[in-house]
Design a binder for this molecule. Structure first.
Ligand SMILES: NC(=O)c1ccc[n+]([C@@H]2O[C@H](COP(=O)([O-])OP(=O)(O)OC[C@H]3O[C@@H](n4cnc5c(N)ncnc54)[C@H](O)[C@@H]3O)[C@@H](O)[C@H]2O)c1
Length: 258
């Protein structure tokens, strides 16, 4: 029943084979979606080469650089979608950044610059990409972002990223309210801890994963592909009545009190 054929999906946030966005891209492809992939460009073109090699088997029909701090690259991404696809159905926002020094130690010592950087890249980018996607989602659509429990609970070391994720989850609700009349749904997945490039910057990530393995009802954490499966559901017509929600894909950890 899960069928995304005929749907154009833009996936942001693939850095390597551990990326949650890679799990999502694989599941959207398996469900028949036509993919566009963006990557974070760097001076030496390292990411471009690595990500291109990784995604080639999924035959993306668009492959573009897009640093969300760069307005021109965002504009160029959505111009390319307009020209090549004519319409967009699915937007996957799967990226975040905070300075490493802001992901451990005392939260009260977060710098103004570090706060602004984390919130701009991790939170404002959802608003910005959704605004750019809106006029292209002419047949309705689905926007999905990735959050973490640190948005609603105080998690050791998650610090400024918890504030960014709280803002992200509120943005999901405000965007869902605005875009609903256009049949554009906006949801978030709050994923359990997974070892990735981004999560390795959070102090004590391995301890977090081991704790989840002991406490979560399923006695393990989740995989990128499990998050991808839930993402495919939230981007498909099977979830046509769901918008503005945060779905926990965390092996049940969130329900536990002890
Ligand atoms: N790994 C986890 O435990 C976990 C849990 C819950 C939520 N998340 C969220 O999942 C999302 C993906 O993270 P991940 O864990 O797969 O790590 P990842 O490092 O694989 O992905 C993060 C991505 O963000 C991109 N990025 C950073 N700055 C950018 C910028 N300025 N412009 C464009 N792209 C930029 C990176 O290139 C990378 O592809 C993030 O929002 C993260 O907070 C992760």
């Amino acid at each position: 029943m899960l069928n995304l054929s005929g749907k154009n999906a833009l996936v942001t946030g693939i850095a390597n084979s551990r990326s949650i966005a890679w799990g999502i891209a694989q599941q959207l492809h398996a469900a028949g979606a036509n993919l566009g992939i963006t990557y974070l460009p760097d001076d030496k073109g390292k990411f471009e080469k690595k990500v291109l090699e990784l995604v080639e088997p999924l035959n993306p029909s668009l492959f573009l650089p897009c640093n969300v701090e760069n307005e021109e690259q965002i504009q160029a991404t959505f111009d390319a979608i307009q020209q090549k696809w004519g319409k967009l159905d699915i937007l996957i926002h799967c990226l975040a950044f905070a300075n490493k020094e802001d992901l451990s130690g005392d939260f009260s010592q977060t710098s103004r610059l570090g706060f602004n950087k984390a919130l701009e890249v991790s939170t404002y980018s959802l608003i910005q990409l959704s605004g750019a996607a809106k006029p292209l989602m002419t047949e309705g659509g689905s926007i999905l972002t990735l959050s973490y429990l640190g948005a609603v609970r105080a998690i050791p070391n998650y610090n400024v990223m918890g504030v960014a994720k709280a803002g992200l989850e509120a943005s999901v609700r405000y965007l869902a309210a605005e875009l609903g009349p256009q049949n554009i749904r906006v949801n978030g997945i709050s994923a359990g801890p997974i070892r990735t490039l981004a999560s390795s910057a959070v102090g004590g990530i391995l301890d977090m994963i081991h704790h989840v393995e002991q406490v979560a009802p399923l006695k393990r954490t989740v995989t990128q592909l499990e998050v991808g499966s839930a993402a495919a559901f939230l981007c498909s017509d099977l979830s046509s009545g769901i918008t503005g929600q945060i779905l926990y894909v965390d092996a049940g950890y969130e329900i536990m009190g002890m």
